[in-house]
Design a protein around this ligand. Structure first.
Ligand code: TXA
Ligand code: MG
Length: 309
């Protein structure tokens, strides 16, 4: 199959592919998604095949309008509406009780469904013109780094899907916050840009389970360095030309070499996946600055933790 990269002029075509049960990759504000018609079980199954995704990992359903929430979920608590009023469109995914129309292929056999409204005009247009909810995981091969540019999607998906909509690089750069509203206590299943502090005015209490253990997703070894000195020592031990340091502007300036991810948490989150992908192609050893454990760094640290060797 030939994979084409399209633009805003291709949204109608993309919508018709979705309606026909084909997969289309599209940009969101977080990362690129691999979209399928949520009402077509065969299309949903293609996602698992193309990604090599484990069957037990459920998919997020994307809608364009809060009014469509009732098409995918039932017994929706009032707080879900309040949260979407505040944060949607945006990087917040809510786990709710699934509507009978949502197949178990999407929910991995469970009774709950994850829903979000992405804050990207191309994604919203695609969903509206398809006239359907679109389920989409990140558009990478399973266990690889999520794509934040159309070219990243192409690297992973060329030959497997007909179309990638190119909407530029993703603003947020790390995946959405996943909040489970079906558990006795609302629980953050995955940290993202919408932090616990931002959610707390809406909820009596929020649980945050312990971080999962690292899953290696890069071929390079990855280590953290607390200081520029330590980073340079690790770099030297990697062998000449074999390692690279990634960090904040300040950190890299002090190292005298390396890749600047950005000046603040927002910029660093935006750029981290692209630079990890790039560095993994060229180096055997990636040294990342150990960022402070602040509230706004929660998602960033969670994702870095997943690639540490
Ligand atoms: O930012 C994002 O959320 C991106 C863009 C494309 O929207 N999507 C994304 O999808 O990151 P994926 O499939 O890579 O990650 C989905 C996460 C997984 O951690 C999954 O376990 C959780 O959402 N999830 C999905 N459905 C769920 C459900 N019914 N119950 C609990 N967790 C669920
Ligand atoms: Mg993913």
């Amino acid at each position: 199959m030939k994979t084409r990269i399209g633009d805003y002029n291709d949204i109608d075509y993309a919508a018709s592919l979705i309606q026909l049960g084909e997969l289309v990759a599209f940009p969101t504000e977080t990362v690129y998604g691999l979209g399928a018609n949520a009402y077509c079980e065969e299309a949903v199954k293609k996602i698992f095949t193309v990604k090599g995704r484990p069957q037990d990992k459920p998919l997020i359903v994307h809608i364009a309008d809060m009014q469509d929430l009732e098409k995918v979920a039932i017994d929706i608590p009032q707080v879900a509406y309040s949260l979407f009023q505040e944060f949607a469109p945006g990087p917040l995914t809510l786990v709710l009780k699934k509507h009978p129309n949502i197949s178990y292929a999407i929910t991995a056999g469970g009774e709950n469904v994850a829903v979000r409204i992405p804050a990207h005009s191309m994604a919203l247009e695609l969903i509206k013109r398809a006239g359907l909810p679109i389920c989409a995981p990140s558009a990478n091969i399973s266990a690889r780094i999520s794509p934040t540019r159309a070219s990243h999607v192409y690297e992973d998906m060329a030959g497997s899907i007909p179309l990638i909509l190119d909407g530029g690089s993703c603003d947020v750069g790390v995946e959405s916050t996943v909040l489970n509203l079906t558990s006795p206590q609302p629980t953050i299943l995955r940290p993202g840009k919408i932090t616990a502090n931002m959610l707390s005015p809406f909820l009596d209490s929020i649980a945050m389970p312990k971080q999962a253990s690292p899953i290696q997703t890069l071929s390079a070894n990855v280590a953290l360095a607390s200081t520029p000195m330590q980073a340079l020592e690790l770099l030297a031990s990697a062998g000449f030309g074999k390692g690279i340091i990634l960090g904040s502007k300040d950190f890299i300036e002090k190292c005298g070499k390396g890749i600047v991810l950005g000046e603040n948490s927002e910029e660093i989150s935006q750029n981290i996946y692209a630079h990890l992908r790039q560095a993994d192609k060229k180096y055997n050893y990636i040294i990342i600055e150990k960022f402070l454990e602040t509230e706004e760094n929660t998602a960033l640290l969670n994702r870095i933790n997943k690639v540490i060797s």
